[in-house]
Ligand binder design. Sequence first.
Ligand code: NI
Length: 177
Amino acid sequence: MALREVLKFPDKRLQEISTPIEKITDEIRELSGDLLAVMYDEPGIGLAAPQVGETVRLIVVDTEWTADDAEQNPLVLVNPEIVESSGKIVWTEGCLSVPDFEADVERASHVKLRASNLEGEDLEIDASELQAVCFQHEIDHLDGILFIDRISRLKRNLYTQRRKKLLRRELEEQLER
Ligand code: NI
């Protein structure tokens, strides 16, 4: 089965606000499986449903997994929200929807997250460091926010120009063929 395509900046769909999930249906379970498949394939440590064009409040996260280590401990989080946050941390972030770019982002270093799982059970997770950063990054996607919206305008503009130039070049090459 083909993997779902990850939308890339500046796709406008990445700016949409996702809607809460009222009921865990087969579609939602299937979408969770699709998100995990893409996340582990890339590989990434988190992915949000809007990144594959589905604007519902669903994220998957696995901050312990690395490509060399086969052990997978995925968290599938339905309607995740941060209910408490404290401290500050600066982390160099990247995103599957923001190709060829990383930048330092300041976020809360500790968060308490509430969500439900695919069985409809309530979860509460106290997260710190990488996992806290990842939760905040993925939940931002559900609100139409990318990590480049949280860096300086100068850095964002430099990236935007570089990205647009690359896309223009790719388009020209396609037209020449
Ligand atoms: Ni991302």
